[in-house]
Design a protein around this ligand. Structure first.
Ligand SMILES: [Zn+2]
Length: 412
C-alpha cells in the first residue's frame, strides 16, 4: 500500500473507532444513532470540528442535514458524502464509513493544496430509525414530501411529529423547501457505502463502481379459502389457501431465474390464518420484494400475480394483490461511472462495476446531479448489525480512487 493510502487508512480507522464510542451511540452493544438525539448531534459536531480544521465551512440545512464546503455556499463544487445515522441495532460502518471516507477525500484535497472545490453532505435519517421513514433527509431535499407529511404523517415512536421534533431540536422545519438549494452548483455526486451484499468479498474485489440502483415493488398476495377441520375434511372437500400460496413461492424462484437480467424476487413474509396445526388454512398472505435495475421486476410482478390468481382460481380460492410501495430504478451517470472506473483501473487493484440492490440517498440526488456510488466490501455481506465489518484499507482505496476521479472530471 502507498504511504498516502496507509495514512488514509489510519485516519479512517480513527474516525470510525471514535464514532463507535459511548458519546456517539445510545447502545452499549451496537451503534444506535438517529435524528435529534444527543449522540447524533455529537456525531455532527465531530464532523464539523474535523472539517473546520482543514479550512471547510460547515452548516446545516433547515432540518439538520450537514453540509460543508471549501468554496462559498452554492458555488460550483463536486459533492461527496452519505449518512451517519444508523439502524437501531446497527454497526460502525453502514452510512458512517461513507461520510468518513468523504471527510478523508476533503483531507486529501486540503493536503494537495490544489484547491479542488468540494462539498460534503451527510444526510439526515437515511435508515428511518427515528421516524420510520427511509431516505428522509434526501427526500426532504428533493421536495418529495409535503407539509402534511412532515406535520402529520411522519412521527417518532412517541407520536411527536417530525415538524415538532425538528423545531424542538432548534431547526426550522417551516423552511424545509429551501433544502434543495444545498444541491445548487453541484457538478457531480459520489456516495461511498459498504456493499451490504457478499459479491465483492466472494469475488475477491476491493471496490465496486455502482452504475445503477435497483428499483423495487413491495406488496402482498392475499389468498382467501375456507378454514376447515384438518381431520374431518377430506382432501377433495378443501379450499386450502396455503397451497396456491406455496406454488406461487416456488414459481417466483423459477420465473426470476428464467428472466435473469439481475432480477431478484423474495417472499420474505408468509402468514396463514388461523395458523393452527389442526385447521386447513382459510387465509394466506405472502409478501413479495421484487427488484431490478432494468425494470424487469415489473414483468416478474405481473407474471407472478397472474400465476397466483390462476392457481388460486383453479382451486376455488380467491386471490388479490395489494401493492405497498414501488420505486423506479435509478440509472447512474455514465461520465461519473466512467471516471471512477478509470481511476479504479489505474490503481491495479481488483474492482468490479456492479448494480446496487439496496436503496441509497443517491437515488434522490441523482434526480438533479450526475451521480454514481462506490462500494467497499463488507464481511459476509452483513449490515444493520453490530457484526458489520469493513476494512479501513479498502475505504482508503475508495478515497484515493474518488479523489482521482473528481480531479479527472474537473480537468479542463
Ligand atoms: Zn446506509
Amino acid at each position: 500500500m502507498s504511504t498516502s493510502r496507509s495514512r488514509s487508512a489510519d485516519r479512517i480507522e480513527r474516525d470510525i473507532e471514535t464514532l463507535a464510542g459511548p458519546d456517539y451511540t445510545l447502545s452499549g452493544t451496537a451503534i444506535c444513532r438517529y435524528a435529534y438525539t444527543d449522540v447524533y448531534a455529537n456525531t455532527l459536531a465531530y464532523f464539523t470540528r474535523e472539517l473546520e480544521a482543514i479550512g471547510f465551512t460547515v452548516w446545516q440545512d433547515p432540518v439538520g442535514t450537514l453540509v460543508a464546503s471549501n468554496v462559498g455556499r452554492g458555488e460550483r463544487a463536486f459533492g461527496i458524502g452519505s449518512h451517519c445515522d444508523s439502524n437501531r441495532n446497527g454497526g460502525k460502518y453502514d452510512g458512517t464509513l461513507g461520510v468518513v471516507t468523504a471527510l478523508e477525500v476533503c483531507r486529501l484535497a486540503h493536503e494537495d493544496g490544489a484547491g479542488l472545490p468540494l462539498r460534503l453532505i451527510s444526510f439526515l435519517e437515511e435508515e428511518g430509525s427515528g421516524f420510520g421513514q427511509m431516505l428522509l433527509g434526501s427526500r426532504i431535499m428533493l421536495q418529495r414530501l409535503t407539509d402534511t407529511d412532515l406535520t402529520e404523517h411522519i412521527r417518532d415512536e412517541h407520536g411527536v411529529s417530525f415538524w415538532d421534533a425538528a423545531a424542538a431540536a432548534g431547526y426550522e422545519p417551516k423552511r424545509w423547501r429551501e433544502s434543495i438549494r444545498e444541491l445548487d452548483g453541484l457538478t457531480g455526486w459520489v456516495e461511498v457505502h459498504i456493499e451490504q451484499g457478499r459479491v465483492l468479498q466472494d469475488t475477491g474485489n476491493r471496490l465496486g463502481v455502482v452504475e445503477a440502483i435497483a428499483g423495487y415493488v413491495h406488496g402482498d398476495l392475499r389468498f382467501g379459502g375456507r378454514a376447515d377441520h384438518a381431520g374431518a375434511t377430506p382432501m377433495d372437500f378443501r379450499l386450502d389457501a396455503m397451497v396456491p400460496a406455496a406454488e406461487t413461492i416456488v414459481e417466483l424462484e423459477r420465473v426470476a431465474n428464467e428472466i435473469g437480467d439481475g432480477v431478484v424476487g423474495t417472499a420474505g413474509e408468509v402468514e396463514t390464518s388461523p395458523s393452527l396445526i389442526n385447521v386447513v388454512p382459510g387465509g394466506a398472505r405472502v409478501s413479495l420484494d421484487l427488484r431490478s435495475v432494468t425494470g424487469v421486476h415489473l414483468d416478474l410482478c405481473d407474471r407472478i400475480v397472474a400465476f397466483a390468481k390462476d392457481r388460486a382460481a383453479a382451486r376455488g380460492v380467491r386471490c388479490e394483490w395489494v401493492e405497498r410501495q414501488r420505486l423506479a430504478p435509478t440509472p447512474l451517470d455514465a461520465t461519473v461511472v466512467g471516471a471512477l472506473t478509470a481511476a479504479a483501473a489505474a490503481t491495479g487493484e481488483p474492482f468490479r462495476v456492479m448494480p446496487s440492490g439496496a436503496a441509497h440517498d443517491t437515488m434522490c440526488v441523482a434526480e438533479r446531479v450526475p451521480s454514481a456510488m462506490l462500494f467497499v466490501p463488507c464481511l459476509d455481506g452483513l449490515s444493520h448489525t453490530p457484526a458489520e465489518r469493513a476494512e479501513p484499507a479498502d475505504a482508503a482505496l475508495a478515497a484515493d480512487v474518488l479523489y482521482a476521479a473528481i480531479r479527472a472530471l474537473a480537468a479542463p
